[in-house]
Design a protein around this ligand. Sequence first.
Ligand SMILES: [Zn+2]
Length: 232
Amino acid sequence: MSEIPKEVLKKSGARVMSFRVGRVAEFLRRNKVVYTVRGYCDVDMRDVWIPELGLFGTRIYIREVFSEADLRMYIKESGFSSLAMWWAVVRRMYGDSKRKHLYQVSIEPVLLDVLHGLKMYLLRHHRRQLKTAIEYLEHSQIKYFVPEDFTFSAVIKGRHGDYVTQADFVKDEISCSCQANRGRGFVCWHSVALVLYLAQNRYINDNLAIALFRNYLNKGAPEPQVTINHFI
Ligand SMILES: [Zn+2]
């Protein structure tokens, strides 16, 4: 179980969606997608926070479920080995009388429209493309951790050595130890890379990325309202 601070959850705009049946959570973690029945109806596509995985997901409404037969075509992606077993769990959780609804939940990486807004910023200040940032991530030695306060830190191999980059989603702060960043209030290359990595892997959603980069995206130029701290 992974806790998300209340203010971070609010900023993310996501709803908490628990997966208390272990095999279903595990199926979602392994296969990036699962079909699940719930006792509520919510037809809007939503970002959800999944505490059992410590990740964000996307929830899509599929249909109302009236009988076991309605689930037949989804059994292979339910986490259950048979339709009878799945239906037994659904009945145990929601009874026979309560209305039931089927959802698809996915933790696939999403296209990051937000960070595409950084394209001009990257070109202007780093003479780099966003595509380069993604490629850079694939080859960089990025290490991260998730402490209690929803702060992610990474050690990123840079041109002149290893840099420590940190993104704090409670305070909307980015810190980096690199020289390019220091004292100029710029969002550095490493900060972009870290946030991109977190978003690609669903540790954050687009809204949290927006909150962090809001000033840069709106103005297209560095404004030190996102606090840039320096370790040295
Ligand atoms: Zn940096």
